[in-house]
Every structure is written in C-alpha cells, then in structure tokens.
Design a protein around this ligand. Structure first.
Ligand code: FAD
Length: 453
C-alpha cells in the first residue's frame, strides 16, 4: 500500500477498506483541530482540589464535614446506564425534561454490553394463542435501529423473539439515541451517596477523577441494578444472594471442528452472536453477596483463571486448536442484590396469572414467548416511603420467585422506559413520583410507543 502521494481523503478511504478507517479518522479529526500539530504534554494549571482528608484518630477514621461543589442541576437524574437507565434517560429527555445520565464505567449498556449477556430475553408473550411483542417503545426501537447495521443483531425479525445483539453495536446505538434525545452524559462517575432534602432524594454525591461533587435533581431514577441510591436514601429493601458469573467470548468458532469437540465431551461452544466466528459463553458461578467487595474481587480472578484454563483445554483438544479467548467481560455478572420494598410488589402468582393492574406501566414477556404477559404496576418502581426517587431495572420490588423473569434485559428496558416517563411527568406536574397522575404517565408511554396491554 503506497500512502505517500495520497490525499487525506484517499488515505481514509484506503484505511477504511482495510477496516482501519474509524480509528484513524477520529485521530485525523482531532489533529485537524490543532492545525495538524498535536499539542501534547503542554503545561497547564494543575486541577486544584479542596483538601478534606479523613483523619486517623485513636485508631478510628473520621471524615470531616465538607462543602461539595455542585457539578450541575437537572430535572431528572438517572443513575446507572444499563438497559434500564438507558431507556429511562431517553424517555425522560424525549418528554422534555432536562435529563442527566450518570454511569460509573465509560460506556452504556450495563450487563448487556459490558457483562456480554447478549440475548434480549422475554421480548414476547403469548396472548390468545398468538405470539405478541411486549417489548415495544425505546427498547424495541434500539433493536430495530440495529437491524440497519450489518452484523449488529440477529432474530429481530417478525416471527422470532429474543434477539441477540453485538455488544459494540449496542453501545454505539445507545450513544446515538442518548445524544439525539439531548441527554447530558456523565461517564466515569460513581454515585456514592444521596443528597437529601427532608424525606426526598434531591441528588447524588459522586466520585470521579474530578473529585467528589454533588449533582442535584428534581427526581432521581435509581437504575444502578443494585439499588445503591434508594439504599443510601434509607428506603426499605430486601437483599438476596445470587449466582455471580463472568461471561467470556470465544473467537474462531467457525474454524473449530465441532464433531471432534463433541466426541471429546464439549457439548456446546456457547451462544450465537451476530458475528458467526464468535460465541459468548455464560457462566453461572457461586451464589454469593454481590455487594461484598471481597467477594467481587475474589470471583473476578477465580473466574478469569478458570476461563483461561478452559480455553487452553479446548485449544489442546482435537478440533479446537484454532479457538481463542477473545474477551472476558469487563463487568462481573452480578444478577441480584437489593430488591426495593415498593408501594406494590410484583409477585410470581400475579405475573403467572397475567393479573391486570390499574397503574400498569408496561407488560413483561415470557422467556420462551410461551405464556401470558405480566402487567407491571407503577407501584413496583416507587419506594414505600422515600420520596424523590423511582427505581428501574433488576432492583424493583419483586418477590423471589419472579426475580428470574423481572431481571431479564427486555423487562429492564420496559421498566426503565416507564421510570423515565414517570420522572418526566413528576417534574412537569411538580409533584413527588408517588403522587403522579398515572393516567398521564400511561398516555406518555403510549405516545412513546410502549405496550401497556
Ligand atoms: C451472567 C449473567 C447472564 C445473564 N444472561 C442474560 C440473558 O441471557 N438474557 C437476558 O435478557 N438477561 C440476562 N441477564 C440479566 C440481565 O443482563 C440484567 O439483569 C440486566 O442487564 C439488568 O439491567 P439493569 O439496567 O437493571 O442493570 P445493569 O445491567 O446491572 O446496569 C446497571 C448500570 O449501573 C451502573 N452503576 C451501578 N452502580 C452505580 C453507581 N453507584 N453509580 C453509577 N453507576 C452505577 C453499572 O455500571 C451499570 O452500567 C444475565 C445476567 C448475568 C449476570
């Protein structure tokens, strides 16, 4: 490849054909802003930060009272950018609320994209013998938009349920939809506490490389998956131990000799992805406490070691020589920790019976699209006593028997959409989330394409 006499446009075209375009294009655009000269290592005034170190006094660590800079004020603050938080932020912003989405990592999608659990289960249910799509609105829009990108999604076609998406395409499309909706984004920021005013959550305290700051909001959506925000605000909750795994992806699967591997005892190489050469491999793991940092640290390393060994074994098995470990998930697979004690509790008995509720804000689907949908009451997203907050995703109020259905990605997209819409209505109506006119929330959700039965 002779690059010397090419214009930049020709160079980008050539690199793009070689599959290298976008990284170089980004670099080229960044360089263009400085007239082609990259000013690296330029001295700048150091980012000063107020010093409030904790003190060791008589063997006890004491943190002094301190003034926190207010980073921003917003109408709706969504904490956690997984499936639930993504849908909540887009819904609230589209409804006209000034919306901010905070995420501790550098990308959106939570366990879906970062935990590499790529199949969106429970998109459909069975009603009157017919398979119907219950995951409509923002979650379905994301999947539909992925169909326009080659290699981004499979099974998002009429007649099929539970589509599987590519993790990078999912992140890309979430970025697109979040930006289009005008959501303010705060990445690399970990919410560590709440700001309270009376009984209401009025924002969060968060940590980032910029130090500890506060972000104020009229309504906060807790989409952290673990209920970090409602727990910090003093809401009642229950806690569960659950299996914690680590997903990995394997490459060159299309070059493996499956018959030989089966003979050697390997029954499955994992689940299909849009890329035919790649499979994602689920791992259940031991049932333990997903809020215990010692356990999280132990499991990261133990799981990674066992995955590495498994791949080496496969590579040493006839038929598996070309397989390789493409990636272990950047996010450990924590399934369930805190469950909100809500105004209403979702129960397996009600869900299995498809029990209708007047405050329905979404309908969950069936894992195999083989039984009725389950109406989701708004009360399952609202804490029994704490104000200023709505929960969404895998930490909403639900009995143990229904957790396995409630925490699936499709259901989290649905409850996220509902929480975002309700937050926007609460802001517009200048009332607490528990006092919103649910009819207005339902009207908004229908307008935004959601299915309420
Ligand atoms: C191993 C495993 C396999 C699974 N397999 C499937 C499957 O095949 N199909 C399926 O449909 N579902 C599956 N699930 C379930 C599903 O992935 C999750 O339940 C779902 O992603 C939950 O969505 P969520 O938005 O509620 O939470 P999460 O996806 O956990 O997202 C929460 C987000 O909040 C962020 N966050 C957390 N705390 C803070 C904080 N304090 N401050 C700032 N940000 C914070 C996190 O970084 C994350 O991005 C699986 C789960 C696991 C663990």
């Amino acid at each position: 490849m002779q690059l010397k006499f090419m214009t930049r446009r020709e160079l980008l075209r050539t690199l793009s054909a070689a599959g290298l375009g976008s990284a170089f294009a980004t670099r080229a655009i960044a360089d263009a802003g400085t007239g082609g000269k990259v000013k690296e290592l330029t001295p700048m005034a150091p980012n000063g930060r107020a010093l409030y170190p904790a003190r060791l006094v008589n063997g006890k660590v004491i943190q002094p009272e301190r003034l926190l800079p207010i980073f921003a004020e917003t109408d709706v603050l969504v904490v956690g950018g997984g499936p639930a938080g993504f849908a909540a932020a887009v819904a609230a912003a589209r409804a006209g609320a000034k919306t901010t989405l905070m995420e501790r990592y550098g990308y959106f999608g939570g366990l879906w994209s970062g935990g590499i659990v790529l199949v969106v289960i429970s998109t459909h249910a069975k009603e009157n013998g017919e398979k119907i799509k219950v995951m409509r609105g923002i979650g379905d829009e994301l999947c539909e938009r992925l169909t326009k990108i080659d290699g981004a999604i499979i099974n998002q076609v009429p007649g099929k349920h539970n589509p599987t998406t590519d993790p990078e395409a999912t992140k890309f499309m979430m970025d697109e939809m979040i930006a289009e909706a005008g959501v303010n984004v705060v990445l690399h920021s970990w919410a560590t506490d709440v700001v309270m005013e009376g009984n209401a959550v009025r924002g969060v305290v968060f940590e980032s490389k910029s130090g500890r700051q506060a972000l104020l909001a009229k309504v906060v959506v807790d989409a952290t998956g673990d209920g970090d925000i409602f727990a910090a605000g003093g809401a009642a909750f229950e806690q569960r131990l659950h299996a914690i795994g680590l997903v990995h992806r394997m490459g060159n699967v299309d070059r493996a000799e499956l018959d030989k591997l089966k003979t050697a005892g390997f029954k499955s190489l994992g689940s299909l992805e849009p890329l035919s050469s790649v499979r994602w491999v689920n791992l259940r793991g031991p049932s333990t406490d997903g809020l215990d940092v010692k356990e999280l640290s132990r499991l990261e390393m133990e799981h990674r070691r066992s995955i590495w060994k498994r791949i080496q074994t496969l590579r040493n098995t006839p038929g598996g020589e070309k397989l390789f470990l493409l990636q272990t998930a950047p996010q450990l697979g924590v399934r369930t920790t805190r469950l909100l004690t809500g105004v209403t509790q979702l129960t397996a008995a009600d869900a299995k019976a498809g029990k209708k509720c007047a405050d329905v804000v979404g309908v969950g689907g069936a894992q195999g699209a083989n039984h009725v949908g389950w109406p989701i009451p708004y009360g399952a997203l609202v804490p029994q006593k704490l104000d200023g907050l709505i929960a969404a995703g895998r930490c909403i109020a639900c009995d143990t028997k229904w957790v396995e259905d409630m925490r699936l990605i499709a259901a989290c997209l649905i409850t996220g959409h509902a929480a975002g819409a309700a937050a926007a209505v609460a802001v517009q109506s200048q009332c607490q989330p528990r006092n919103v006119d649910v009819a207005k929330v339902q009207e908004l959700l229908r307008k935004q394409g959601a299915f309420l039965g």
